[in-house]
Design a protein around this ligand. Structure first.
Ligand code: AMP
Length: 179
């Protein structure tokens, strides 16, 4: 495993615990020699993650979309920044460049990116590991939604268990590298 894609909020979140987790994730990736692939933004948790990897001597590859230049502000100091034309191309390139995927807390963009990786795995389009970093129990409501899907017969138990889980970056990386 050489690179991990991190999905996370373009906002900082309401509690400091989210910023701490983003910075810790950056530090751990650099310490493990894993390249960080992410959305290339210089805002919110995304910025904190990228800064932390770079400050720790690691590599960060951003993948962003031309039309988002004003909205997301491209990070100026990345190891490499890919600027593509569409959101679909963005997700496809992030997936191609990464050997695994982790979602930290974030908003609908983060959910969308995570669920695409999840569904493509269930359909057999890739077999890379992916997980949820459950900082501050942020993903408990998502678990409740998946519980309900399982109870109501829309999600099979084995399909539920493919998501790697951890509440801190070091454990998540250990789990992912061990796969
Ligand atoms: P958010 O979690 O909403 O703060 O968004 C996190 C990141 O996901 C931002 O860089 C968004 O531009 C990105 N994003 C949102 N929707 C999509 C999408 N459909 N495809 C690819 N990236 C997305």
């Amino acid at each position: 495993m050489h690179s991990i894609c991190i999905f996370l909020g373009s906002n900082p979140g309401a509690e400091q615990v989210y910023a701490r987790a983003a910075r810790k994730m950056g530090k751990e990736l650099a310490a493990c020699g894993l390249t960080c692939v992410y959305g290339g933004s210089n805002k919110g948790l995304m910025k904190l993650l990228a800064d932390s990897v770079l400050e720790s001597g690691g590599k960060v590859v951003g993948v962003t979309v031309k039309a988002l230049r004003d909205k997301e502000i491209f990070h100026p100091g990345l190891t490499k920044l890919h600027v593509v034309s569409t959101m679909h191309e963005r997700k496809a390139l992030m997936a191609e460049l990464s050997d695994g995927f982790v979602a930290l807390p974030g908003g609908v963009g983060t959910f969308e990116e995570f669920f695409e990786i999840y569904t493509l795995s269930l359909l057999g389009f890739h077999s890379k590991p992916f997980g949820l970093l459950d900082v501050n129990n942020y993903y408990a409501p998502l678990d409740a939604l998946l519980d309900n899907a399982e109870r109501e017969g829309f999600l099979k138990v084995p399909h539920r268990n493919v998501i790697l889980r951890a509440d801190n970056p070091a454990d998540m990386i250990k789990r992912m590298v061990g796969k």
